[in-house]
Design a protein around this ligand. Structure first.
Ligand SMILES: O=C[C@H](O)[C@H](O)COP(=O)(O)O
Ligand SMILES: C=C(OP(=O)(O)O)C(=O)O
Length: 354
């Protein structure tokens, strides 16, 4: 009989199950404490019980585990120094949604050579997440492929659904079962209503197809995620200014949702220019000093060194600590930004106490 299936599939390679990976790379008790307290901190910030400011900061994408570890070590020291004012977590993005085609991130192609060694991508990603949490630094990531969370979500404290997948039922269902708070980006063209719809959808229980810890296809039934929130990343226009924030607040209020949101200083809010992230950050801090209540945190794309570099023909020729996706602010700039932010938030917190 004529072949009817897999006409356009060239290969299927089995992967170890999530359980097998977790047995190789288990979570220690101290790591579990970092993950759980990171999640609780975000929940309390979103509900106003914790007045500190959430800062999700780190590389646009992870491509070099050594550089990511060095960054995490520096950030964990800054997190401790500024912990009374800021709740700092590291942006640890392993999956990249592309506008058309391009490198899809470290899990998909960890060797950056189109070998798509996903087995090792998952292994190194989990290993890196464990070592970041071991420093007492919680991790934040985007979940793009609906199977990935089964391998790594237990060591993630905050997750994003990105601008390109915000309307996808698959991602909304997945978010409804995730154990951490989930930030929903507005769409790439700037629509907020789709993110609000996503938050509402993910609040509900869903039943859908997925895999269990043994890799067996299963019906997954979720309880719903009460900690979905909006992340403003800009669209055709930036949307971090006071007028856009007020519009977002009205939309959240009308939908009966908590008026707590994050501002992404990067992406379309910065026109993907790293220097512009500083202006967004400055504007957000100004809005806070002027009494804004709804902005409870930010996302910043930052790396050891500023800017970005083209995706390499020869990975051996990469510049250390420089992004291979979007532009990032340098470590020095990051320190200045966060110290400035902590000083301002500190003043606001002490005024509140008086
Ligand atoms: O965050 C990174 C990029 O903005 C995102 O992955 C889209 O990238 P692209 O438009 O270069 O594909
Ligand atoms: C792709 C990203 O963001 P967005 O979905 O807002 O484009 C990202 O944060 O890496």
């Amino acid at each position: 009989m004529e072949q009817l299936h897999d006409l356009r599939v060239s290969r299927i390679k089995r992967l170890p199950s999530p359980r097998a990976l977790k047995e190789q790379l288990p979570v220690k008790e101290s790591t579990a404490r970092t993950v759980s307290s990171g999640r609780r901190d975000v929940e309390n910030i979103l509900t106003g019980k914790d007045g500190r400011f959430l800062v999700i900061v780190g590389p646009c994408s992870i491509h070099d585990v050594d550089a990511a570890r060095e960054y995490a070590e520096r950030l964990s020291i800054l997190r401790e120094e500024l912990k009374d004012e800021l709740c700092i977590m590291m942006r640890v993005y392993f999956e990249k949604p592309r506008t058309t085609v391009g490198w899809k991130g470290f899990i998909n192609d960890p060797h950056l050579d189109d070998s798509y060694d996903i087995e090792h991508g998952l292994f190194y990603a989990r290993q890196l997440l464990l070592s970041i949490n071991t420093l007492g630094l919680p991790a934040a990531t985007e979940f793009l492929d609906p199977i990935t969370p089964q391998y790594v979500a237990d060591v993630v404290s905050w997750a994003a659904i990105g601008a390109r997948t915000i309307e996808s039922q698959t991602h909304r269902q997945m978010a409804s079962g995730l154990s951490m708070p989930v930030g929903f980006k507005n769409s790439t063209d700037g629509r907020l209503n789709v993110a609000v719809d996503a938050i509402r959808s993910a609040m509900h229980p869903h039943s859908f197809l997925g895999i269990d810890q043994d890799g067996q296809s299963s019906v997954i039934t979720t309880k719903g995620n009460p900690y979905g929130h909006l992340v403003l990343r800009g669209g055709e226009q930036p949307n971090y200014d006071a007028k856009s924030i007020a519009q977002a607040e009205t939309m959240l209020e009308k939908a009966g949702l908590e008026q707590s949101l994050l501002v992404d200083c990067s992406h379309a809010n910065s026109g993907k220019k790293h220097e512009q992230q500083l202006s967004v950050w400055g504007d957000v801090l100004l809005q806070k000093t002027q009494g804004n209540k709804s902005i409870v945190g930010v996302m910043i794309e930052s790396n050891l060194c500023a800017g970005n570099q083209p995706f390499p023909e020869d990975p051996g020729k990469l510049r250390y600590g420089v992004s291979i996706t979007d532009e990032c602010v340098s470590w020095g700039e990051t320190e200045r930004m966060l110290r400035e932010g902590a000083a301002i938030i500190g003043q606001l917190l002490s005024k509140k106490q008086q």
